[in-house]
Design a protein around this ligand. Structure first.
Ligand code: F6P
Length: 364
């Protein structure tokens, strides 16, 4: 019989528990899998004595999808190939399901290569996870839709604050997105309440003819207030690159939200005797630690089922995802080669923005 292991790595994302639950159910109910082990706390769980793996059963995972986060715990970095291989041997694992972003997938492929080299019978499958939606080739990553949905109340809050706090109210919402602005743009556009959206893909111009500060002043004059959404990775060109890194090797992001707030205050006090009333909202962890919405729950279920089907059919070193609305298996090197992806700043999303802001045709 098959002994499987499941590990969740990196930052939280809505739907992690749905994936764990469905992997467990499919492995045990559909394929009669002997044992499913949950690895605690990401890759470090393969060798951290205090975090012993836990056996997963359909009963144990039955209600976990109602909660955000991951039942198994997670961590960044901590990848140790030799210790991981030793764990797989010791526990006689022959299927490994790795849920994580592009860095985690690189680790998963390294495990796959090592198992092949050592002629170990271990199938390795990745399941792409990031609220940033920046894993390339797939239509969307699970959790993205829930995060965009959860961001709506923060935008609504910013609008209420901006429109009620006189004079010249401005609300700023900072959303996650280290190198891509998908969450910011999708949340801003679906809200219908945002006047300015700043993303890492487009450099921020503060002043001058196309500057966002004079633009905000114009919007405030027109409607009495303005709402801004900014992705956390935007404006690196203004703030400079940080040299500090986290456990995944990601550079620490400068505080773009606070920076914008001070620039807006400065600009308004210079150009308007009443100044501005700026309120800053940061819902970062709220939007990624919530439970999955219905669309993501369904997607997580399909991803998990197809991951199991793939390994049971004998494939290995692959990841799963929707591509052009079809569930496919993708070779991990192909998936990570161009990840993280960026938003096409001049593509279809922006055409839609232009079409809604274009003046109505009055020439009839
Ligand atoms: O990697 C996904 C992400 O949401 C990034 O957008 C963000 O920079 C990061 O997680 C923050 O996570 P943490 O605070 O856990 O490092």
């Amino acid at each position: 019989g098959v002994t499987a292991a499941i590990v969740t790595c990196g930052g939280l994302c809505p739907g992690l528990n749905n994936v764990i639950r469905e992997l467990t159910n499919t492995l045990i109910h559909l394929y009669g899998c002997k044992k499913v082990l949950g690895i605690r706390g990401g890759y470090a769980g393969f060798y951290t004595d205090a975090w012993q793996p836990m056996e997963l059963t359909p009963e144990i995972v039955n209600n976990i999808h109602h909660e955000g986060g991951t039942f198994l715990g997670s961590s960044r970095g901590g990848f140790e190939i030799d210790k991981t291989i030793a764990f797989l041997k010791k526990h006689k694992i022959n299927q490994l399901y790795v849920i994580g972003g592009d860095g985690t997938h690189r680790g998963a492929f390294r495990i796959h290569e090592e198992c092949m080299k050592l002629k170990m019978n271990v199938g390795v499958c990745g399941i792409p996870k990031t609220i940033d939606n920046d894993v390339d080739h797939i239509d969307r990553s699970f959790g993205f839709s829930s995060a965009v949905q959860a961001a709506q109340s923060a935008i609504r809050t910013a609008k209420t604050e901006a429109s009620c706090n006189l004079p010249n109210g401005i609300g700023i919402v900072k959303l996650m997105g280290r190198s891509a602005g998908f969450v910011a743009v999708h949340a801003a556009m679906s809200s219908g309440d945002v006047d300015l959206c700043l993303v890492p893909e487009i450099p921020i111009v503060l002043e001058g003819e196309k500057g966002c500060l004079p633009f905000l002043k114009k919007r405030v004059k027109e409607q009495g207030f303005a709402v801004v959404v900014v992705a956390e990775g935007a404006g690196e060109e203004l703030l400079g690159e940080s040299t500090e890194v986290d456990a995944s090797g990601n550079k620490k992001l400068p505080a773009i939200g606070e920076f914008l707030k001070s620039k807006i205050n400065e600009y308004f006090s210079k150009h308007d005797p009443q100044g501005a009333t700026v309120k800053y909202v940061d819902p970062s962890y709220i939007i990624r630690s919530c439970p999955a919405n219905a669309a993501d729950s369904l997607y997580c279920m399909q991803l998990a089922q197809n991951a199991v089907h793939g390994l049971m059919a004998g494939y290995t070193g692959f990841s799963v995802g929707l591509c052009n609305n079809r569930m496919v298996l993708l070779p991990i090197p192909y998936l990570v080669e161009t990840s993280p992806r960026h938003m096409d700043a001049h593509g279809r999303t922006w055409e839609r923005v232009l079409s809604i802001t274009r003046q109505p045709n009055t020439a009839k």
